[in-house]
Design a binder for this molecule. Structure first.
Ligand SMILES: Cc1cc2nc3c(=O)[nH]c(=O)nc-3n(C[C@H](O)[C@H](O)[C@H](O)COP(=O)(O)OP(=O)(O)OC[C@H]3O[C@@H](n4cnc5c(N)ncnc54)[C@H](O)[C@@H]3O)c2cc1C
Length: 503
């Protein structure tokens, strides 16, 4: 039994953000999470193999406006103000340490050793990236209209205000931002810098989390997207890490009178005559409510939980066409502490071609022979993000490829940091199939839908449906597959709550 007016499917950070806003506005909300803990991808898990792993993230931060509006500081969340270091391994065995600040003397000196010209460009580059990210942030918090329909009051004015923001950037920045979105990371970085290691270091961030190579169109956009979510090239931390972020959001939901039930997987979203009636849990229990908001990915929600027979045929076809192509794997390595890896975010992205070749493997349904890696450490613990580990292996399966994934990642990292290999004591790995089975991500896609040019802004999750609504009255979407996602930001969750509250 529940007296909730609004049921929210999934307690990932976006589901929790939506719940906290709605509860703050006086709505009775109940969040239903299939797993034993809240947090979604921010939370650790026990895998099908029985192995336990911590949360998938070294760090993550919500948009400051959300921290303020939900008063998350009162619930224990503080952001790190420090500029973190981003360390890229160089082909000659050295490394390049970058701090994403325009005037960091050590960074400019490190770049100068590679190219005096590039050292001169760095402050302008950082300034541009911050302005471009601020514009993207403004675009993400503008609810997109259901084009071609524009409701002047709700859609027209925010869009006009966004256009004005772009115009106010000035002619040079305005055109640069617009061009950058469709450029490849190679084209984008080469317009700024002549030194290959600098370009490759930056391009590593552009392809992080997406199934795209450094030469793919649209990786100019993903670079700005990731820069926005991270606040630069490196990950920045919050107090208590990702778990601290989840804890603060859970407290915000509960103190505003909302409820959260874990171990409550939704098996079916109940619909009659294209109107939502509530949900049926995997336990068979039915909960009635006039509004359901899902933070599960759009394909899972619409085709899995609602079901094709309840939806218009063309909408079903469009939903089936959402591209979800996970290719991220992760290693959690326990070492004896003598790994000698630098602090900060460490990237194995030595050249632009290296990154493109790593991506090429996905075209053939293979795992990269020499993968792009991003590594973070916490004392003796080493977390290794691996790309590309394509979800859809052609002549193998992830059950048998796990040892090979671990071997390739460890060998690749050891090539650049030789002390690492001897320090390894135990390894746990997560494949794209684990992401699907344990975290509920269709095809292991951590962004709930690829961040590609035809799946962003008013086309996310589907053209004409970016306003968080669906063809089912009372059913809304609020997860990373919506405008403003993916990644950790809370923006889709906030946008969904605003769309729902304005009616
Ligand atoms: C290895 C890795 C690296 C990443 N790196 C970065 C990065 O550097 N920067 C960045 O910003 N982002 C990164 N991401 C992406 C980021 O973690 C996600 O985009 C974000 O956490 C998604 O949040 P969400 O709340 O939208 O969805 P999720 O966290 O996926 O939450 C959805 C929730 O819904 C629940 N659910 C699904 N189906 C049901 C059901 N039927 N019933 C009940 N509950 C259900 C799930 O269990 C889950 O808890 C990374 C992700 C991974 C895996």
């Amino acid at each position: 039994m529940t007296n909730a007016e609004i049921l929210i499917v999934g307690a990932g950070h976006n589901g929790l953000v939506t719940a906290a806003y709605l509860a703050q506005a006086g709505k009775k909300v109940l969040v239903l999470e299939q797993r034993a803990t809240a947090g979604g991808q921010l939370a650790g898990a026990t895998l099908a193999s029985g192995a336990t792993v911590p949360g998938l993230h070294p760090a993550g931060q919500l948009r400051p406006v959300i921290v303020k509006e939900l008063d998350l500081a009162r619930h224990g969340l503080t952001m790190s103000a420090a500029d973190a270091a981003y360390v890229s391994a160089l082909p000659d065995g050295g490394s390049l340490r970058l701090v994403s600040s325009a005037n960091d003397v050590a960074t400019i000196e490190a770049i100068r050793r590679l190219s005096p010209r590039d050292a001169g460009c760095w402050p302008e580059f950082v300034g541009f990236m911050n302005r471009a990210a601020a514009f993207l942030d403004a675009a993400y918090s503008t609810t997109m209209p259901r084009l071609p329909k524009i409701e002047l009051r709700w859609d027209g004015l925010p869009l006009a205000s966004l256009a004005l923001k772009l115009r106010r950037m000035g002619g040079k920045d305005m055109f640069r931002v617009m061009r950058s979105l469709s450029m490849s990371a190679v084209e984008f970085t080469e317009e700024w810098f002549e030194s290959e290691p600098i370009n490759a270091a930056i391009a590593g961030v552009a392809i992080h989390g997406v199934t795209l190579g450094s030469m793919s169109a649209g990786t100019g956009f993903t670079l700005i997207h990731n820069w926005l979510n991270r606040g630069g090239l490196a990950h920045r931390t919050t107090t208590g890490g990702p778990q601290g972020l989840t804890d603060a959001l859970v407290k915000a939901v509960l103190t505003n009178g909302g409820e959260i039930r874990t171990g409550a997987g939704v098996a079916q979203i109940l619909v009659e005559h294209q109107r939502v009636l509530g949900v049926r849990l995997e336990s068979g229990e039915e909960l009635k409510a006039s509004t359901v908001v899902s933070s599960a990915d759009p394909r899972r929600t619409l085709l899995g939980l609602v079901g094709a027979p309840e939806l218009p045929p063309e909408f079903v076809w469009q939903t089936q066409s959402i591209r979800m192509r996970g290719s991220v794997a992760k290693l959690f390595v326990q070492t004896d502490g003598r790994h000698r890896l630098p602090e900060g975010t460490v990237a194995i992205a030595p050249t632009l071609k290296y990154l493109e070749r790593a991506y090429d493997s996905t075209k053939y349904g293979e795992m990269s022979q020499d993968p792009y890696l991003e590594v973070t450490t916490s004392g003796a613990d080493v977390m290794v993000h691996v790309q590309f580990a394509t979800y859809a292996l052609r002549n193998a399966d992830w059950g048998s490829m796990r040892p090979e994934l671990e071997k390739r990642a460890i060998d690749t990292l050891a090539l650049h940091f030789p002390a690492f290999k001897g320090s390894v004591q135990s390894v746990q790995s997560i494949t794209p199939v684990d992401l699907e089975q344990t975290w509920g991500l269709t095809e292991g896609d951590l962004n709930h839908g690829q961040l590609i040019l035809d799946q962003i802004f008013f086309m996310r999750p589907l053209p004409g449906w970016s306003n968080h609504r669906t063809p089912i009255d009372g059913l809304y979407l609020c997860g990373s597959g919506l405008h403003g996602g993916g990644g950790i930001s809370g923006t889709p969750g906030r946008n969904a709550a605003r769309a729902l509250l304005r009616g």
